[in-house]
Design a protein around this ligand. Structure first.
Ligand SMILES: Cc1ncc(C[n+]2csc(CCOP(=O)(O)OP(=O)(O)O)c2C)c(N)n1
Length: 666
């Protein structure tokens, strides 16, 4: 039942037994007492930042107790009660907040920014919204494996303004995913009051707009939260579908402790003060005779003793000792590359066929692999790479998606958390910008932060030369090579495309797989018909010579080959990098040390591209071997124009031959 801030909380225990009633109380009391301690620690400078959930405990505790322990919960920064109700040892939480090794992130991320598979909790990233789509992925895995499990994900009302919220709701409803979307509407998003955050009456109405059954509950009433969530979860396990619950509550302290609450009117604060979820419930239990003051004291003493002991353990723990190797080693999940050799059966196929074949063979090999993308099912994708896949693998594993790149990348992450694999097809690489945030912030950083890998390959049909203009022609690998935690693959030939795609799918880390559209139907090669893999980080030396090292990848490889075919007198090493992360630096240095000259050809515009880094690396490591400055050749510093004559002028291809000759004559 919904109560306004002014009315006292109305409790109805229905048929809940005394044990459950007390457990609900104790589970709320624990985070409250921890928080009271935290405020002291903050004042003493022993904790750096704290986001208080005081006054909102009923939501965390009620929802967590309504779920089974193996069901995933994705909490926010005010949901301490989720962590404590799942019985995480408090010493580990204190270690986490103090940045100690016994925490969950080895001092790499703060506060509640962590997850733990042991407790089926997936913590937030600072960007708030992305975890909503991650919950979709976990719930999708439940549906695909007929597990009948529910996933609960939290957001504040502020977070509901993010696109991720809307995308996640839409995907969950279109795919009928068993996600409980929990909105904690606590009046303010940092200093922004709800009236400046949204214009609809209730946020629950947003769920209805997506065809999702939505409810409004008094978030301060533990019995209402618990009982309703239990019922909904039971029904969702039997009939998977999303549910949205808007919990009306209030943020009793500042956004974070240092920021205060000056902007909150006193009357509002006072009105919610009387609605405190713990004191009201305590009074109810006392009146009922389920709790006595003696028992209550006992609970307080017991919890306080647990807190003090945990704090002592965490405080006694030594500080993290920085070690570069440890840090670098944890960026990626270790992957023991398994080489699969191919038989001698070969056929001549196009670049595009190689990708399609590689993907199909991986789908056969990995029963847990799901492909998602726009128009990829019956339609076969805009480039027809997945044509016929639905017939062979069914539309549970070959999934058409709504147009929502963020939520689909996040769904891939969720599948990975649930132990599955995902390939996400961007219709064009350009559109990855709409899914950029989860790739660079969620997928890339999860393993380093809390040891959770992202077993997701993002396929990127990219590149110019097809007169498609600024939004269908970019080659945006530099957006990702910049980001530690991602692997970046960029084949130039059908053989490499097939073998590297197989490896990308086997590798448990997030891989951006670039496939150049202009090569799709123009490049053919004899390719083994069966499944095989090619290791990452091994460049291919396509031509051998001694006067210059040409270093390139993707379409650049073919431009360089054309130039060398035209100028037979030029004796050059031609290095096709094949993967940009990891990078085969040894192959580059070895060649440059031999030839004494290096030219790097990249299709992307010059500034900030990978050519710049390669150039710097060569200068730093091969300077004394160089007979000339390293030369970078790249496209113009403009967006990519549409019409052929402008596109030709834009592209690096037209400048390469002259630059090469100039370098040779230096
Ligand atoms: C994408 C993004 N924009 C802005 C912020 C800064 N920020 C952190 S929390 C917050 C307010 C969140 O409000 P709400 O979702 O209502 O949660 P509450 O803090 O009230 O529980 C803001 C603006 C952020 N972390 N991420």
């Amino acid at each position: 039942m919904l109560t306004s801030a002014k009315t006292p909380i109305y409790y109805d225990k229905k048929n809940l037994d005394d044990r459950t009633l007390l457990k609900l109380y104790k589970n709320m009391l624990k985070p409250r007492l921890i928080e009271e301690k935290m405020l002291i620690l903050l004042r003493q400078g022993k904790v750096s930042k704290w986001f208080s959930g005081i006054g909102q405990e009923a939501i965390s505790v009620g929802v967590t107790m309504a779920l089974q322990n193996h069901e995933y919960i994705l909490p926010m920064h005010r949901n301490l009660g989720v962590f404590t109700t799942r019985d995480i040892p408090l010493s580990r939480l204190f270690s986490q907040w103090q940045g100690k090794a016994n925490g969950f992130t080895k001092g790499r991320d703060r506060s509640f920014h962590f997850g733990t598979q042991d407790y089926h909790i997936v913590g937030m990233i600072s960007h708030l919204g992305p975890q909503l789509g991650v919950a979709d992925g976990i719930a999708l895995a439940s549906n695909l494996k007929n597990k009948g499990e529910v996933t609960a994900v939290f957001t504040g009302e502020g977070g509901t303004s993010e696109g991720d919220f809307h995308e996640a709701l839409n995907v969950a409803s279109v795919w009928q995913l068993p996600v409980i979307f929990c909105i904690e509407n606590n009046g303010y998003g940092l200093s922004t009051p709800t009236k400046e955050q949204y214009y609809c009456k209730d946020l629950a109405d947003r769920g209805k707009g997506y065809g999702i059954d939505s409810f409004i509950l008094d978030g301060n009433n533990i019995l209402e939260v618990y009982e309703k969530t239990v019922k909904l979860a039971e029904s969702m396990r039997k009939r998977p579908r999303p549910i949205l619950i808007e919990f009306k509550t209030f943020r009793m302290r500042g956004h974070e402790e240092a920021s205060g609450t000056k902007y909150v009117p006193n009357e509002l604060m006072a009105a919610w003060e009387v609605k405190d979820p713990i004191s009201n419930y305590r009074n109810y239990l006392l009146k009922l005779g389920v709790l006595t003051t003696a028992k209550d004291d006992e609970f307080h003493q017991e919890i306080k003793a647990e807190i003090d002991e945990a704090l002592q353990i965490a405080s006694a723990e030594g500080k993290i000792v920085p070690d570069e190797r440890t840090e670098l080693n944890d960026v990626y999940k270790p992957y023991d590359y398994q080489h699969v050799a191919h038989s001698s059966n070969k056929e001549e196929i196009r670049f595009i066929d190689a990708i399609s074949q590689g993907l199909r063979q991986s789908m056969r090999r990995h029963k847990d692999l799901v492909i998602m993308g726009q128009d990829i099912a019956e339609y076969g994708g805009v480039f027809k790479i997945t044509e016929g896949f639905v017939e062979e693998f069914g539309n549970k594993r070959v999934r058409n998606t709504p147009i929502c790149e963020s939520a689909i990348v996040e769904t891939g992450m969720g599948l990975s958390i649930a132990g599955m694999k995902a390939v996400v097809e961007m219709q064009f690489a350009d559109f990855v910008s709409s899914g950029f945030n989860p790739i660079v912030n969620y997928l890339a950083k999860s393993h380093y932060r809390w040891g959770q890998n992202a077993d997701v390959v993002v396929r990127m049909p990219c590149g110019a030369g097809v007169a498609a203009g600024p939004f269908h022609s970019q080659t945006n690998e530099a957006w990702f090579t910049k980001t530690p935690g991602l692997k970046v693959v960029y084949p130039a030939f059908p053989y490499d495309a097939k073998g590297l795609l197989a490896t990308a799918i086997n590798d448990p880390n997030p891989v951006l797989y670039f496939e150049h559209k202009a090569l799709y139907r123009s490049i053919r090669q004899e390719v083994p018909t069966d499944y095989f893999t090619i290791p990452f980080g091994e460049a291919a030396l396509l031509r051998e010579g001694d006067s210059v090292s040409i270093i390139t990848y993707g379409a650049g490889v073919h431009w360089a080959l054309e130039t060398l075919d035209k100028n037979k007198d030029i004796s050059a090493d031609l290095i096709d990098l094949r993967t940009l992360q990891p990078l085969d630096v040894e192959a580059i240095y070895k060649s440059v040390k031999k030839t004494g000259r290096a030219i790097i050809l990249q299709e992307d515009s010059l500034f900030g591209g990978i050519a710049s880094d390669l150039s710097a690396m060569i200068m730093e490591n091969c300077f004394e071997y160089l007979d000339a400055p390293v030369k970078r050749v790249a496209s113009m510093e403009t967006p990519i124009p549409f019409i052929n004559q402008l596109e030709d002028q834009y592209l690096a291809k037209g400048k390469f031959e002259e630059a090469l000759k100039t370098l040779l004559n230096y």
